[in-house]
Design a binder for this molecule. Structure first.
Ligand SMILES: Cc1cc2nc3c(=O)[nH]c(=O)nc-3n(C[C@H](O)[C@H](O)[C@H](O)COP(=O)(O)OP(=O)(O)OC[C@H]3O[C@@H](n4cnc5c(N)ncnc54)[C@H](O)[C@@H]3O)c2cc1C
Length: 414
């Protein structure tokens, strides 16, 4: 429910109504639907367009994430804008060898879905306003948080600029990778610079994409073209092109025609000719992992907890699995009469998700490293790797399960 002012106390305050904060709020409200628990979501940025989560990017939602949204009753609205991925085609430019993962072999309807972040934003923001247990305050920026024996005291600055103090049993920090609140709480981030940037844009091409997601590893970094819905009869895809930081600046300055020419040369003709490109945006890439994710009364979720290279489309999908397990953990705490902010409760959550976080972070980090290195031994290794994926069904299935977000053996064990 959209509110103009906040109450003095909430059981859970979620800082940030971006992709992760909004999704978690819906999951928590769903889990705690039979309880009187009250949730506040504060989002600093009013416009969906300007918000860092709901910008011009597209997101590859794994099959696992689709299942989560379906359980919340949100998939019907999201599906209207999402494009199913039926095949993933992974290749290494200049090297023989390609891996193909097919939905039919894995036995699912789709390997994943491609959704435009703005559409995700429309659906999730509406859901925040529809759910009775959620108070959605926007624009409202949390400026300070202080631990108390009962949880946390937060200061917020609303539309009028007036400050308000709110107590919370638990604060869920989902304020993104540039979180000033975690920094001022003294939570440090381990940062690995990739010295790469991702250039993203929507592109049109002459051939049909046939619901194939292409991941092409080039000597400058991975290049992905994900299938999008047709628009005005044109075949479209979402381009995510990772290049060195030095190249990124020059490539952002290219005219559209020159950029498309460079893209065609790198990608080849699997989609025919590239004919059009929308607005380009550039994101510097680094791996950041917070050295603490839980404290009494506080838990970090989404990019503030871990922010990954977008190479295999894992960042949001991992955060949604975290959010799902956290929501289950809090339901269990409620039924056992435990406080949400109790350290043992939050440690249970972390223990249940730590393997998944480690595995997924390593998967995206080492894939990035392996495919961006030109050393001849690595070239052979990855050529062999691609053959292995294609030829060994068991390995292929485990690769597919990771990419589809179906890896969580310890899930819900908290
Ligand atoms: C180029 C690119 C492509 C990607 N593709 C994929 C993909 O295909 N699949 C995938 O799974 N992941 C992908 N990701 C990762 C995914 O985008 C992130 O995991 C996701 O955006 C993280 O969302 P978040 O809500 O944690 O953070 P953010 O998106 O940064 O949202 C944080 C929100 O908090 C708000 N906020 C900040 N401070 C405050 C405050 N003090 N008070 C109130 N509100 C505040 C902000 O306004 C913002 O709305 C990609 C990332 C990039 C860069």
């Amino acid at each position: 429910m959209r509110v103009e002012t906040a109450q003095a106390h909430y059981d859970v305050v979620i800082v940030g109504g971006g992709l992760v904060g909004a999704s978690f709020a819906c999951m928590l409200a769903d889990q705690l639907a039979a309880t009187p628990v009250k949730i506040l979501v504060t989002e600093a940025i009013e416009s969906l367009q300007a918000s860092s989560s709901f910008d011009a990017r597209t997101t590859a939602l794994s099959y696992g994430s689709q299942q989560l949204y379906a359980r919340l009753g949100l998939w019907e609205a999201l599906a209207a804008y999402a494009t199913p991925i039926h095949k993933i085609h992974v290749s290494d430019r200049g090297h023989f060898g390609a891996a193909r993962i097919d939905q039919a072999e894995v036995g699912v309807e789709a390997l994943g879905y491609v959704a435009e972040n703005q559409h995700l934003g429309v659906v999730l923001t509406q859901a925040l306003q529809d759910v009775e247990a959620i108070d959605y305050l926007c624009p409202a920026k949390i400026t300070q948080m202080l631990p108390t024996p009962e949880g946390m005291q937060v200061q917020l600055q609303g539309r009028t600029g007036a400050a308000q103090s709110i107590s919370a049993g638990l604060v869920v920090l989902a304020d993104g990778g540039k979180s000033s609140l975690s920094a001022s709480a003294g939570i440090r981030q381990q940062v690995t610079e990739y010295e790469q940037s991702a250039i993203i844009a929507n592109v049109a091409f002459s051939d049909e994409h046939r619901n194939i997601a292409y991941e092409r590893f080039t000597d400058s970094g991975p290049l992905a073209v994900l299938p999008l819905r047709e628009l005005q009869g044109e075949s479209r895809g979402a381009l995510i092109w990772t290049v060195s930081q030095d190249d990124a600046k020059a490539m952002m300055e290219l005219q559209d025609a020159q950029f498309l020419e460079a893209l065609q040369a790198r990608f080849g003709h699997r989609l025919g000719m590239f004919t059009k490109i929308g607005a380009r945006a550039c994101y510097p890439l680094r791996l950041t992992v917070a050295n603490e994710q839980v404290r009494p009364g506080l838990v970090l979720l989404g990019n503030v907890a871990h922010s990954l290279h977008p190479v295999a489309g894992q960042g949001l999908n991992l955060a949604l699995r975290d959010a799902d397990v956290l929501a289950h953990t809090l339901l269990r705490a409620y039924t056992q009469g435990q406080q949400f902010g109790q350290m043992s409760v939050l440690q249970n959550y972390l223990a249940a998700q730590s393997d998944d976080q480690l595995l997924t972070t390593r998967f995206s980090h080492y894939t990035t490293r392996l495919f961006s290195n030109k050393h001849p031994a690595l070239v052979w290794a990855r050529k062999f790797g691609l053959f292995s994926i294609d030829l060994v069904p068991l390995f292929k299935r485990s690769f597919a399960r990771q990419a589809m977000g179906l890896v969580t053996p310890k899930k819900h064990s908290a």
